[in-house]
Design a protein around this ligand. Structure first.
Ligand code: PCA
Length: 156
């Protein structure tokens, strides 16, 4: 089992969320909403409008996302789906809990404000102009930016 923090298309309501729910990919259980303790630039880049968290701590915003507990099968699926290590690299990140709701009966629920850790998909390999793109605090594929995510099945 591992914990993963999703901030982009894998969040609830976003275009790849269904992949977290597909039991053919493995298991994922929602644990908490959280935000990064550090600031990072979250940009939307490339011809498919993909959200990227650039691994440049201290710039941008503290980012909102969701923590899931995933089994090894789901972790492997997500690593393949996110094209680790070429498109994204999976890294450990420090998070502040906003609201912890999941976990099995009797398991401790960390209080709002407590600090925890999880993996996330961020990138250290990006185009030179990406750090100067607009930065978002919370990703929404259908936001005012108009840069709607192009799903895999829509790509040519
Ligand atoms: N998928 C991963 C990284 C960015 C993306 O779109 C996520 O939702 O966290």
């Amino acid at each position: 089992m591992a914990r993963i923090f999703v901030y982009g298309t894998l969040k609830k309501g976003q275009p790849n969320y269904h992949r977290m729910l597909d039991s053919a990919n493995g298991k994922a259980e929602f644990l908490a909403s959280a935000f990064t303790t550090e600031k990072y630039p979250l940009v939307i880049a490339g011809k498919y409008n993909i959200p990227f968290l650039l691994n440049i701590p201290g710039q941008g915003h503290r980012l909102h996302g969701e923590i899931y507990k995933v089994d090894d099968k789901m972790l492997k699926f997500l690593d393949d789906f996110e094209e680790v290590p070429t498109l994204y690299q999976r890294a450990q990140v420090s998070l502040e809990v906003k609201e912890w709701v999941g976990g099995t009966e009797g398991e401790e629920r960390p209080a709002a404000g407590s600090i925890t850790e999880a993996f996330l998909y961020s990138t250290t390999t990006y185009q030179p102009d990406w750090p100067s793109l607009p930065r978002y605090e919370s990703y929404d594929s259908r936001g005012d930016h108009g840069l709607q995510y192009v799903t895999r099945s829509e790509r040519d």
